[in-house]
Design a binder for this molecule. Structure first.
Ligand code: IPE
Ligand code: IPE
Ligand code: MG
Length: 264
């Protein structure tokens, strides 16, 4: 079953690696970046694509296995229609332009979200890009588009109950997790939000349970390789306890909790 090979932070203690295996990003601040330059908001979105490119490259070079980018939330339909349609066009054009390069670099491309609301050309492009790159193994790039964490949990619940109606009384976390849109990768180790806001905005609600959260004021169009490096450094300095005590964590890492060798 998809997803069951990945550790769940609530059911077992995941392995902690120096390089995050999965980084999830809320790319925020495009509009403000543009406004600061007296440009229309969409200029910020256009510029944001360059940051996407450099962050993909940097993650690949650092050996990050999964990169998930929040491109359009289920609530972003509330924006002015012109901006929504610009974002859709930009997504379509970027797909057309970039997918060959992703493929050459061994990147598997995935989209999570309710794409049924998109134009058929965009839906077709997404399906084409996913199928072209499906066997690539170097890195998995997921774009969350018309994605909402609540939508995801709800659709997973519906799928699970349709498959296993008998489990209505006692289904498990694993049953549900296997039906989430992002059931093909580990839970994110590191979450990054640019643009200064400190909120989750309905991103991967289920999977972020034990993710390290990193917020930066840097606006997305200014977020580059060095900024990603700073986020990873911050991640490295964290102690991921998953409910345990600090002493237990150090013991599990094979170190003595107390440098004198005396345990508390
Ligand atoms: C993020 O930048 C891009 C999307 C949500 C599509 P914003 O457009 O939210 O930029 P700000 O937050 O208004 O600066
Ligand atoms: C979150 O950004 C969604 C994306 C980056 C795609 P928003 O800018 O839409 O978030 P809120 O509305 O400020 O929470
Ligand atoms: Mg925003």
């Amino acid at each position: 079953m998809a997803g069951t090979s990945f550790a769940s932070a609530t059911r077992e203690i995941p392995e902690v690696a120096a390089v995050p295996r999965h980084i999830a990003v809320i790319m925020d601040g495009n509009g403000r970046w543009a406004r600061q330059r007296f440009l229309p908001r969409v200029a910020g979105h256009r510029r944001g694509v360059e940051s996407v490119r450099s962050v993909i490259r940097a993650c690949m070079e650092r050996g990050v296995g999964y990169l998930t980018l929040f491109a359009f939330s289920s609530e972003n339909w509330r924006r002015p229609p012109d901006e929504v349609s610009f974002l859709m066009q930009l997504f379509l054009r970027s797909l057309q332009k970039e997918v060959d390069r992703l493929h050459e670099n061994g990147i598997r491309f995935k989209v999570i979200g309710d794409v049924s609301r998109f134009e058929p050309t965009l839906v077709d492009r997404i399906a084409w890009a996913e199928s072209l790159t499906r066997d690539n193994t170097r890195m998995t790039l997921t774009v969350a588009a018309n994605y909402g964490g609540r939508w995801d949990i709800l659709q997973a619940m519906k799928r699970m109950l349709a498959k296993h109606p008998e489990r209505i009384e006692d289904f498990s976390e694993a049953d549900l997790a296997a039906e989430l849109a992002l059931n093909y990768g580990p839970e994110p180790d590191l979450f990054i939000r640019t643009g200064g806001e400190q909120r989750i905005s309905n991103f991967l609600l289920w999977q972020l349970a034990y993710t390290e959260l990193y917020f930066t004021d840097t606006l997305w169009p200014d977020f580059d390789e060095a900024a990603l490096g700073a986020a990873i450094e911050s991640y490295r300095s964290r102690e991921r306890r998953f409910g345990r005590t600090s002493e237990q964590v150090r013991e599990a890492q094979g170190e003595t909790a107390d440098p004198t060798g005396r345990h508390a």
